[in-house]
Design a protein around this ligand. Sequence first.
Ligand SMILES: [Zn+2]
Length: 511
Amino acid sequence: MDEWWRAGDSVWREDAASSTRFVLEAVQGVPRIDWELARGRLTDVALLVGAALPTTCAHAAIFPQEFAFCPECGAALHRAAPARHPAWWGPATGSLAPGAAPLPRHVPHGLPQTAMPLGDALEAREPEPFVGRPDWRMPAPPNAVCVFAAADFGFAAQRLVALAYTRNVVQYWDPPGARWHVFTADEGSADLHFTASAYAWLPPADAHDATSRGEFGIVPTAQGLFRLVINPLAESWRTEAVFQAPLAASPGGVGRRIACPFVTPDGVRVWSAAADGADPEVLDIESVDPTVPVPQGGWSRPFSYDGRLYWLHEDGQLLWRPGHAPRWLPWPFPWTPRLQFGGPARSRDGRLWQIGNDGAGYSFRALDDGAGLGAPQVEPIDGARLGFGTLLFRRGHQVKDDPWSVEDVEDQARGDALVLPLLEAVSATRGQPSGLVLRFAGFTGRAEAALAGDILPRTFVEWIGRHNVILDEIARLKNPGDCVAFVWHGSLWLHHPTWNEIRGWKLEGLA
Ligand SMILES: [Zn+2]
């Protein structure tokens, strides 16, 4: 007869006829365990639930939590104890997600920025002109257009999830097995496909506990907003509806509220609710120019700043402050933004600026509604500038002051390169902006062409900081704006949907 063991928050069955001997029957907060699948990745499962593994004997393949010795022969067991790493949720608005390094309040939330001290770790490497190489390579997920999150999702170990939002696929990296697993949708789950606008999701706002295991956050889909919950013990996922309507853009969060533009037969409105979806309301959008309708798609990823949410579009900007009506402000003709250049840049006085072009030249336009201030301020510049936050470049030269300031020319030869910032490291203790960039050597064409499919013969992956470090060199890159940088397992990773492998650089000393 089988024996049952209760160990920590798990229930195990001892079955001498089972190939693993001990079978994980239940874990608190996990609706279902598929042992046929899970036993194919026993080391991974042991790490996820804190179970023990054999060291010298072969009486069982896995042992319940709290077992220090094999009950059959007394051999010592190995308690799986993963290293602790800060969580990575990507560019996120709203409340702080569990386990993440918090961004300071004075920077916009939702841009590719991190508060992790990447510079201290990367600047120990040999500086430029030495050309480095990645320390690691991991296979790209089978569905390569994706966003990444690295968190413990309420389990005992941090795991990397790649959500392929153009394919309705949830992919899970099994580190001991060194392979991706494609999870299956539980019956009745929503389709995760979302391509109406740039993709952004809302990470879970509250600290994980055993009752919210697997929570990935609130994701946009073609049918509305859904809470996505993954289950690595059944290699599956499920959804719970939060708001069902065709969405115009990805959701954002500010303060204690979340919001998302959606499409009605009468045009676009904004849905808003508490961070958990409670207390919903539908808001009409005020427009300063009703002849320009609020677009039903094509929005960039939202960001929050100074108590307000922003969605930017080729046609204008949508602003919302909780407690007020959302406002739609079309750009004044003939000015159009260059959203592909990065994101809003921040001036020394704390205002945000969007780069654009009026047909005659480029300029930065202040992102505010100008209420009571007259026309929003415009600062003309003499060429394209790529970046966001305070990490901004004019061709190969960093712009260190205000977004429209004269660039800092340290090396004249850099003038025939073009630099595209990917990730800014925000630090209170650094005088100048730091971050990860791509440097297109010898590229003298227009910035628009570099970002829109031109082949870039020679690209350097470079860290800009107290001194610059070249991390890698890439031949024949196309569509560099599709690069995704993330931090996972004590390393910085760079993914591009056309690469077979994700490049990784170890972050020495990163907690
Ligand atoms: Zn034994």
